[in-house]
Design a protein around this ligand. Structure first.
Ligand code: HT7
Ligand code: ZN
Length: 877
């Protein structure tokens, strides 16, 4: 496909007033009749034709004001329908009839069938696979939808908005009609039909309207939707309390389907979810699954205001809804759980996913200016960095200033398709603050690097803090302007007390926020009686990398005393990283690996500190990941050496802390029944971290096998199986446990995904053969995105030693799979392929193998989807 540029945006020539859709559902031949009422936009060219988008459509009828259209008035191509000679100002009606084949739709975009359920996915450009339409987000209209289908096979007929009515419709058929009073873009359209079970509840809104809540799942799985329903009600309440946003229809529905390209979709009043993010019970879901369900239910619900009521003018504005909505779901989870632990998890995720994206060939601004394939821009930069940018606005303006800006945004733009500029202007106008420099966060790609140094002058009682910022070059952007970077900070004294300076010079400091705005800036704090330890970027207030050579003593001081728990965790990470990097280098050079006793002492002290919440202690024990170490090392990476070095450090900690881990493991045993709350989950996380360390010292798998046998919930069971498989891959106990797990959960595909993923991450050269063998397992299904992601995706993204074997065989296997997946589901293939985005940072032998594998994909060019072609070309550039 060709490249689309933001600069080319212009409004449509025609305004769409109303949409009436009638679907006659059939697995292979669904008839869609779309009646569209348009009028020419005031001021538009009087000769301008109406151009509608289409994709793989079979048009069987076209009427103008109910009369068959003369062939000379229209032109149909593979991706458009152009209609000429249209009225200058009066409204007119176009009726298009198309035939589509839901069963053959393996891309899962448009109308498709998943396990006998008809469902739709229209974001970003799926609606054009249903009918010819102005398929762009700035075309908002009111929809009426009629659905006709076999009654026995499809007792349920759902669409957006409120239910109008239904009745029988000829022999064996029935119909239902839905009306959505809120004007919406086509990407928020949804239809579901089939035979599903339901969980029902109600929610009374702040203005006392009763909303019917329904979650539809496969028959027999209703009990597993209870947690999702609970999360939904909490989300609705929270949005009222924190953002003043009330729900706006009589009914809110969620449907869980098993074949889905992403996590979930916020269609107006009818969210469609990957069933992985709906279904949970203690026997089948881990604590992480529960947390994900809570977050994604909230995210999609919050889109009702940030995305649906106010939508995006064009797809370049995607972060307007996604970054903001991720920020909202992060805040929700922080309020529902532990704020500090949530923040640590967010930052871990940002660093392991977004930082590499921002440092590699796929780097792009939060608000891009061009794209070839919009599906490839649902990225961690748009979502997670977009959320961080919103968070920085809140940090700069403060809680009240942020609230005022949000309120003005809702007031000004409700019912509209808005831009990032509109969003920023609402904050500027509500607060009388100029955010021009801050807006660079939307436009400049790359993670800012800040070099910091501090000097204390005892005589003058001053502390000088010098900061220098540098934004690295990224594709298409070589020179960068200095950014406005809000850094939360504290000056920490002797016993943890925080010094308050008499005055500050050198730049703006508001409360606990230091505003770095110049390329290089020195802040001087006066009236500081004793040398403090500087705690900088507390709570990770800005998504940057700090280069601040703090001594081990200062880091230990922060780790012990900072009242900001995130900063304590960061200090532990900063203590650990040099050890892990040195270990990787020693392993690469075949030298002995040493672990600083100070590190294990600090970690073990935290592990045993009962004044700290268990989840925080588990996060501290998790240590930086292999990809964190690779990122710190920069280039010439050898994943085997990184792995070996890290394992040696972990083993040293395991040996030093054997007693601590034993007593943690024993004392944290769960008595009583399972609850998924954050505190209980934290205890399980800490206990399972202890199990991991114990196994590192164990010579035999007996301990882990016993943990497997005794586990009474999926969190513990999956962790015991992971420890067995990763630490003792060839032990008979491991084979027995894997077999027991497989047969116990043979009928539960979502649990088998864990079984595939655990095996896909077993380190070492043998993993490629294992993955190839598992693809032959009868439970594997190439047609199901969750299965593909859990086996092939997990192998490529999360098994550094196995995937990066030096002979390159895994890269070539992967390339073959990408080509095969691309034939059925381009979006899935393109997303998986990003696993190779950092290939240039590998040591030369592996890098060359990866390049050759990428070239085999590129060489398939004429057959490649635009999704995969776009990614492979950018990665190789
Ligand atoms: N807004 C939704 C994005 C999405 C999506 C995009 C492309 C292809 C399939 C998709 N399914 C869902 C999800 C969200 O961010 O809430
Ligand atoms: Zn979203």
């Amino acid at each position: 496909g060709r490249t689309i540029h933001l600069a080319d945006y212009r409004p449509t020539d025609f305004v769409l007033e109303r949409v009436d859709l009638t679907f006659e559902l059939d697995p292979t031949e669904t008839k869609v009749e779309a009646r569209l009422i348009f009028h020419r936009r005031e001021g538009a060219d009087l000769n301008a034709p109406l151009v509608l988008d289409g994709d793989e459509l079979n048009m069987t009828g076209l009427l103008f004001d109910q009369i068959e259209m003369a062939p000379e008035r229209y032109t149909e191509t593979a991706d458009s329908l152009t209609i000429r000679d249209l009225p200058e100002s009066v409204p007119f009606e176009i009726t298009v009839t198309t035939l589509i084949n839901p069963e053959a739709n393996t891309q899962l975009m448009g109308l498709y069938r998943s396990n006998g359920i008809y469902c739709t996915q229209c974001e970003a450009e799926g609606f054009r696979r249903i009918t010819f339409f102005p398929d762009r987000p700035d075309v908002l209209a009111v929809y009426t939808v009629n659905i006709i289908a076999d009654k026995d096979a499809n007792p349920l007929l759902l669409s957006n908005g409120n239910f109008l009515g239904g009745a029988g419709y000829g022999p064996g058929k029935h119909f239902a009609a839905w009306f959505d009073p809120h004007p919406k873009p086509s990407y928020l359209f949804a239809l579901v039909a089939g035979d599903l079970g339901v969980v029902e509840d109600t929610f009374v809104t702040m203005s006392e309207r009763e909303v019917a809540l329904k979650i539809y799942v496969e028959h027999g799985k209703e009990a597993r939707a209870a947690y999702a329903m609970d999360a939904l009600k909490r989300s609705m309440k929270w949005d009222e309390e924190v953002f003043g946003r009330e729900y706006d229809l009589d009914i809110f529905m969620i449907v869980a389907v098993s074949d889905f390209n992403m996590g979930a979709m916020e269609n107006k009043g009818l969210n469609i979810f990957n069933d992985k993010y709906v279904l949970a019970d203690p026997e089948t879901a881990t604590d992480q699954d529960y947390a994900n369900i809570e977050a994604i239910i909230a995210h999609e619900y919050f889109h009702n205001w940030t995305g649906n009521r106010i939508t995006c003018r064009d797809w370049f504005q995607l972060c307007l809804k996604e970054g903001l909505t991720v920020y909202r779901d992060h805040e929700f989870s922080a309020d529902q759980r532990s704020r500090a632990v949530k923040r640590i998890a967010e930052v871990r995720h940002l660093r392991s996913e977004q930082f590499p994206e921002d440092a590699g060939p796929l780097a792009h601004p939060v608000r891009p200016t061009k794209f070839r394939e919009i599906n490839n821009f649902y990225t961690t930069t748009v979502y997670e960095k977009g959320s961080e940018v919103t968070r920085m606005i809140a940090t700069i303006l403060g809680r009240d200033g942020f609230k005022k800006g949000m309120d003005l945004y809702f007031e000004r733009h409700d019912g509209e398709a808005a831009t990032v500029e509109d969003f920023v202007k609402s904050f500027e106008d509500a607060n009388g603050r100029d955010l021009t420099q801050f807006s660079l966060w939307y436009h400049q790609a790359g993670t800012p690097q800040i070099t910091v140094s501090s000097t204390y002058d005892a005589g003058a009682k001053t502390l000088s803090l010098s900061l220098e910022q540098m934004v690295p070059a990224t594709p298409g952007q070589t020179a960068k302007e200095p950014m406005h970077i809000p850094l939360k900070f504290a000056l920490i004294g002797e016993n943890g007390s925080e010094a308050s300076p008499a005055a500050v010079s050198g730049g703006e400091v508001t409360g606990d926020v230091l505003h770095l705005t110049e390329r290089s800036q020195t802040f001087v704090f006066t009236g500081i009686g004793a040398r403090p330890v500087v705690s900088l970027n507390r709570s990770f207030s800005a998504p940057v990398t700090l280069h601040f050579a703090q001594s081990k003593e200062d880091l230990a001081h922060i780790a012990r005393h900072d009242s900001d728990l995130f900063a304590r965790w960061q200090a532990i990470t900063d203590l650990a990283l040099p050890n892990l990097m040195a270990a990787a280098k020693a392993a690469a050079a075949g030298k002995a690996i040493e672990c600083d006793a100070g590190l294990s002492d600090a970690l073990l002290a935290i592990a045993a500190d009962e004044t700290l919440e268990a989840a925080f202690r588990a996060q501290a024990l998790a240590l930086p990941s292999e990809s964190d170490i690779a990122r710190e090392l920069g280039s010439n990476n050898d994943p085997d050496a990184i792995y070996k070095g890290r394992q040696a450090i972990l083993s040293a900690i395991a040996t030093a802390g054997a007693d601590t881990f034993r007593s943690l493991y024993d004392s944290l045993a769960s008595g009583g029944s399972f609850t998924p709350d954050a505190a209980s989950a934290g205890r399980r996380a800490l206990r399972n971290a202890a199990l991991g360390f114990l196994a590192l010292s164990d010579k035999s798998p007996a301990g882990a096998a016993q943990a497997f046998a005794k586990a009474d919930n999926m969190t513990d069971l999956a962790q015991a199986l992971t420890v067995l498989a990763h630490r003792f891959p060839e032990a008979p106990e491991t084979h027995a446990a894997l077999a027991a797990f497989e047969s116990r959960f043979a009928s539960n595909a979502l649990v088998l995904d864990k079984w595939f993923a655990i095996q896909a991450t077993i380190p070492g050269e043998g993993s490629l053969e294992r993955v190839m063998r598992l693809m032959q397992n009868p439970h594997f299904a190439a047609s199901n995105p969750n299965r593909v992601r859990s086996l092939i995706g997990t192998f490529a993204f999360a098994n550094a030693t196995g995937f990066n074997r030096p002979d390159g065989k895994a890269y070539h296997f992967f390339a073959e799979e990408i080509l095969a997946i691309d034939k059925r589901n381009p979006q899935l293939a393109a997303r998986l392929l990003t696993a190779l985005r950092s290939w240039r940072l590998l040591e030369p032998v592996r890098a060359e193998q990866a390049r050759e594998a990428l070239m085999t994909i590129e060489r398939a060019a004429p057959q490649l989807s635009s999704d995969v072609a776009d990614i492979v070309e950018r990665i190789l550039k």
